[in-house]
Design a protein around this ligand. Structure first.
Ligand SMILES: [Zn+2]
Length: 1006
């Protein structure tokens, strides 16, 4: 080759490389279209038309390659992806993906399960024909990398597999239904990946399997599209907010990656692990214009592998760099999202040795093109956002799709360029998970076979199965040594120092059948993260935790979980358990059956299932033969042994047949008729309660606050009204008034021709705006006065106090307290109350800045906080502990002030009681069932700062009101499928609705 031709080749190369106007590292392909491939001119013209400024696009997406055989998204959409006015239903998205599958061997569509309402979820694989043909062989290789035990942790073998494997990059869209852009972006992305012949895209296609679930929250998507269609039909009206997303929860569907309660979480994890994917990249839309919040801010989750942290930084930095070089403004990777909680959908990857990623792009909550005005903190130039978004700009869904697709294409390309590194990392993270016992530890977690709450333990183990964690069962009894907890050195002065406690026993015995969750398995990370404790320092530079700071599952489920570091536990004889053996049933001989009460939620299911049986609750502990039974024990008769055996086996409850009825006071346990009330403000928090009741098969009538006023006689229809939390401290005023009706238009939530999917299996109304109303308030008051039970929590408890239903209960706002989704200690105050049946003295509970309740004995009085300084003596004669004197007279006797604890109502003095009709008779006073622990014992897991403000205050109260009761919760007892330990506080209230005064010490007293 002569000099001239060399020069020509160099010039040619230069021209090709400079097409995208980007300087690249050696050997990297330019992000530019293939000039030889024809462009779909009509489609391309529309892309450009709907993009509001050229810099809101990139050389990767400002054209669409033409294909003679493969249909573009326009075939289904009637316009291009991201066109104004167009939002496809999930069904239309699937239809398009299946057209692609039929048109090209580069696309494969699989069904990955259904939603709670029965809608299909899919995954779409896009890759080269060869890759899709060899899926199975590739899968075998990836499976070995995913479980390094299969290759004996042999790095050389891993390197061979890494060199031969095609990685899988999994993208998920629209888990958050009002974030509407992803489905069309992903339709077009699938087309580009299948059709585009540019070297840049071809490399992705040949090198990576891109897996796409275009709609994660399918039920919510269809509702959202309905609403958008309603909006198009009524362009001048306000359109209803999306009050229901999925059947149960709204925004929290992206907080389910721990308890895995929702189908969408289970389906995505099964797909992610089923394909042995390396990345899970979840698309959201709430921040302008593209925030790769994978990198986010600290604190980072303590259980993720540092390798993953490096991967986040690497991919994130390159991603920002690529888009910035395209000239796209507002792309950044740091921000106010901390990476502590593993509850997000994307975190399924982080907890299973993959790479979690999350985009926030900028969505218009629909497909309108709108002028958008940002908040100053959104457009401020910062160190991590040197090219911020504009304060004001015309924004279109197409812009959003451009950002999503450009971000994904550059990510896929970078991932492919470095896939050997990422595949090796994938293997290394798996290997390091297996090596956990000998590295950071622990060796295992043990759930003992003799845990009295067997059915709750089973529920916790089922979550581990859903997380694909391996569980074993010891075939014999065994012993492990436990580390001695070091006593903290006290800084107190010598005279107040406590005597050193004897060292705790250093071994613990476990019976045969105990469950062992070994940490030498590929998914040890997720088990460790869920079962361990969390500590968030009040001094952490991050002062606004993004979500919960704690989730310790053993505590929140109230089951025994022992963290074992002793490596000998791994050689205990054990067998793998792939599903839980049925347990429970009836033992012993006799015609009366007893089920000990350990506050297992399954007891409530049993009550409803055995409709015709007679069930009584023992009001005191008793013994029968060798068996000891606690308060609240179910005594069952009027049911055949085989029926009871079947029912208890299916629920995991142990019943004991007794020869004779025990000599103990009882009352009957009845299945109440429940009215379950929600607002039209938010259904976010109540959804978790609804889900829990449905799982327990407890029936209820679901109704909105609007329905209350229309029911002529609530007491004739219902025994209990359940009013779960609304969300975010809804005020009493908001609950009563709803949304203003003095302006605007009605906001219907009902099926119409434009909104065929809106209602689903939930509630409907012709106008969402009105709240409970004053008529509704009066109805609730009458219901309680006439003997009904109203159960409330957090904000609805504040509401109950505000409308005067809980005399003698006040609440105050915290001043400096910070309890952000933490696990806190509470203490049983009144074990004789049926609400407390089955609980021990210490109860761990979920608390998020709980309401600070106080009880009084004088109506309208506020509990004074008598600090220790009030008890100190005044200045005078003598030493600190001596009595003072008054010169010239004998000392007067100081009346004994009754010592009252912070959770108790102070006894009124004679003077306060004199002619005072506001003094509440003791039988009418609030009964505190649980209180928060003392300040020093409050924190179990998470963040508690200035906890003294709520320490010792009531956590659960039973307030007599007229002939009925109002039960108030400061904690949220039913939350995200994570808090089974406190479910029975609610369920006990239900089952004992007509016997709540049982065990009251002061009944009858005046
Ligand atoms: Zn979101």
């Amino acid at each position: 080759m002569g000099h001239k031709s060399w020069l020509g080749l160099i010039l040619l190369l230069f021209t090709t490389l400079s097409t995208g106007g980007i300087a690249l590292a050696d050997g990297e392909t330019s992000p530019a279209r293939d000039p030889k491939q024809p462009v779909d001119d009509a489609y391309t013209a529309k892309i450009r038309k709907y993009t509001t400024e050229p810099y809101f696009s990139s050389p990767l997406v400002d054209y669409l390659p033409a294909s003679k055989s493969v249909p573009t998204p326009a075939v289904v959409l009637g316009d291009v992806a991201g066109a104004p006015g167009i939002l496809p239903y999930a069904e239309d998205v699937y239809k398009y993906m299946r057209l692609l599958e039929n048109a090209t061997p580069r696309v494969k569509v699989v069904s990955i399960g259904t939603t709670e309402e029965g809608r299909e979820m899919i995954a779409v694989a896009v890759s080269s024909e060869a890759n899709l043909k060899n899926l199975e062989q590739n899968h075998q290789r990836l499976a070995k990398l995913a479980d390094p035990r299969t290759i004996h942790l042999d790095d050389a073998e891993a390197d061979k597999l890494v060199a031969e494997s095609v990685p899988v990059y999994y993208i998920t869209g629209t888990i958050h239904s009002p974030e509407t852009g992803a489905p069309t972006a992903l339709m077009e992305l699938a087309y580009r990946l299948a059709v585009d012949e540019s070297p840049y895209v071809r490399e992705i296609r040949d090198g990576v399997i891109t897996l796409i679930t275009p709609v994660v929250e399918v039920d919510g998507r269809d509702r959202m599209v309905d609403l958008y269609k309603w909006h198009l039909a009524h362009p001048k009206d306000f359109y209803p907010p999306l009050i229901y997303w999925g059947k149960y929860v709204a925004h929290d569907n992206n907080r389910d990656a721990m308890a895995m309660t929702l189908k969408l979480t289970q389906n995505v994890l099964n797909t992610y692990l089923g394909w042995n994917a390396q990345v899970l990249h979840d698309l959201h839309e709430s921040v302008p214009y593209l925030y790769d919040n994978t990198v986010g801010d600290g604190p980072y989750n303590a259980w993720v592998d540092p390798i993953l942290v490096d991967e986040w930084q690497m991919i994130g930095a390159r991603n920002v760099a690529d888009l910035t070089r395209f000239g796209m403004p507002g792309v950044f990777a740091h921000g106010d999202f901390d990476t502590w909680s593993p509850g997000y959908l994307m975190f399924l990857a982080a907890m299973h040795n993959g790479i979690s990623r999350l985009y926030e792009t900028f969505g218009n909550a629909g497909a309108d093109t709108r002028e958008r005005t940002l908040q100053p903190d959104e457009y401020a130039r910062t160190w991590y956002r040197p090219n911020p978004p504009f304060p004001k700009t015309l924004w279109s869904q197409r812009n959003n799709n451009n950002y999503e697709e450009t971000g994904l294409l550059t990510s896929l390309h970078f991932f492919n360029e470095n896939k050997r590194l990422f595949l090796k990392n994938f293997y290394l993270k798996g290997k390091r998970s297996i090596q956990k016992p000998s590295a950071e530890g622990p060796s295992a977690y043990i759930l003992p076979a003799n845990d009295p709450r067997a059915s709750v333990q089973a529920d916790l183990l089922r979550i581990m199965f859903k997380q694909h964690v391996e569980i074993s069962r010891a075939t014999g009894s065994f012993q492990v040594s436990l580390p001695i907890k070091k006593e903290k050195k006290s800084g107190k002065s010598p005279d107040t120092e406590e005597k050193p406690k004897p060292a705790a026993p250093t071994t613990r015995d476990f019976p045969a059948g105990s469950y062992v969750i070994r940490m030498d398995q590929p998914y040890s990370r997720v088990a460790d993260a869920l079962l361990d404790y969390q500590y968030w320092s009040p001094e952490d530079p991050q002062t606004t935790p993004y979500d919960d700071t704690a989730w310790t599952f053993g505590e929140l489920f109230g089951v025994q979980v022992t963290r074992v570091t002793d490596p000998k536990v791994l050689s205990v004889p054990m067998e793998r358990v792939t599903e839980l053996r049925p347990f429970g049933g009836v033992q012993g001989e006799g015609s009366i059956f007893a089920i000990n009460n350990h506050a297992e939620p399954a007891l409530a299911s049993l009550r409803y299932r055995l409709k015709d049986a007679s069930i009584d609750a023992a009001e005191e502990p008793f013994q029968s033969g060798d068996n000891k039974f606690s308060r609240g024990t179910f005594l069952i008769h009027g049911v055949g042994r085989s029926d009871l055996d079947a029912a208890t086996k299916s629920l995991g409850l142990h019943a004991v047949a007794l020869p004779t009825a025990p000599n103990v006071k009882t009352h009957s346990v009845r299945a109440p008729r429940i009215a379950y009330v929600h607002t039209w403000i938010s259904t976010q928090s109540e959804g978790w309660w609804r889900l829990a009741l449905d799982n327990l098969q407890i029936p209820y009538d679901y109704m909105s606050t609007q329905a209350i006023a229309k029911i002529p006689d609530l007491n004739a229809k219902y025994d209990v009204i359940l009013f779960p939390p609304v969300s975010g401290n809804a005020s009493a005023n908001a609950i009563v008034q709803g949304t203003p009706t003095t302006w605007g238009n009605p906001l219907p939530w009902t099926n119409t021709p434009e909104t065929p999917n809106l209602v689903g299996k939930n509630d409907s109304t012709s106008d969402m705006r009105p709240g409970l109303g004053w008529d509704g308030v009066a109805k609730l008051q009458t219901f309680v006065r006439n003997g009904g039970v109203l159960l409330t929590a957090t904000d609805t408890s504040q509401f109950a106090v505000a409308i005067g239903l809980a005399s003698g209960v006040t609440f105050s706002n915290s001043e400096k307290m910070k309890i952000v989704g933490s696990v806190v200690g509470t203490r049983l105050v009144d074990a004789a109350s049926p609400i407390a049946y089955g609980y021990e003295e210490k109860v761990a509970a979920y608390c998020d800045d709980g309401t600070i309740f106080s009880v009084t004995s004088i109506l309208g009085a506020r509990r004074r906080h008598l600090g220790p300084e009030m008890k100190s003596r005044p200045t005078g004669r003598g030493t600190k502990d001596d009595p003072d004197f008054v010169v010239g007279r004998p000392a007067s006797e100081i009346p004994d002030e009754p010592e009252k604890e912070l959770w108790e109502a102070p006894q009124p003095t004679d003077d306060q009681s004199f002619n005072n009709p506001r003094v509440i008779p003791s039988a009418n006073r609030a009964r505190v069932i649980l209180r928060y622990a003392d300040s020093k014992d409050l924190l179990i897991s998470g963040l508690v700062e200035n906890g003294n403000e709520i320490a010792q205050h009531p956590a659960v109260l039973d307030v007599p009101s007229g002939s009925g009761h109002v039960v108030l919760f400061s904690i949220n007892p039913v939350y995200r499928g994570e808090t089974e330990n406190t479910y029975s506080l609610v369920l006990n209230t239900l089952l004992n609705f007509d016997s709540l005064n049982v065990g009251r010490k002061d009944t009858g007293q005046k």
